[in-house]
Design a protein around this ligand. Structure first.
Ligand code: FES
Length: 150
């Protein structure tokens, strides 16, 4: 299904949260060079694994799904037809960002704990009290599935 197909689905202001257990969906696609070299990865750099999050049709605009990778939650948002993945842990005090309010006009999510606004495209906070970014992850569509690189 092309990207444009998911734009045809109606919008929802209320987020639907689903947790998926990673171990059933991980596929190794690259050798783990970076880990063998012992290099610490900067934020947003892709590594050797992908996770199948769900079928494209199961992540409608305005919705979010949460997957876990090595015990860390990652939130995958559909913001008005565009997919973004960020760490599901606010950099201020660990608030669950997937439970926050999504502004689809600007692709910003509001932390449900103290209200910091985060840009889904960059992971950077736009308002205090958070001042450090959260990690972002590449997300794409392949064979009608939402694929997350971790
Ligand atoms: S935990 Fe997110 S703003 Fe405090």
């Amino acid at each position: 299904m092309p990207d444009s197909a998911i734009r045809l689905i109606g919008t929802s202001k209320r987020l639907a949260r689903t947790t998926i257990i990673e171990s059933r969906f991980i596929h190794s696609v690259y050798p783990s060079k970076t880990k063998e070299q012992g290099r610490k990865l900067p934020m947003s750099e892709s590594t050797e694994k992908t996770i199948t999050v769900c079928q494209v049709a199961d992540l409608e605009p305005g919705q979010v799904k949460v997957v876990e990778h090595e015990g860390e939650p990652i939130a995958v948002f559909n913001c008005d037809g565009e997919l973004y993945a960020i760490e599901d842990r606010c950099s201020h005090d660990d608030g669950p960002l997937a439970d926050g309010t999504l502004d689809q006009a600007d692709c910003i999510v509001e932390c449900p704990r103290h209200g910091s606004l985060f840009d889904l495209k960059t992971g950077k906070p736009k308002t205090l009290p958070a001042f450090q970014p959260v990690r972002t992850f590449p997300v794409s569509i392949s064979n009608d599935e939402v694929i997350l690189e971790v």
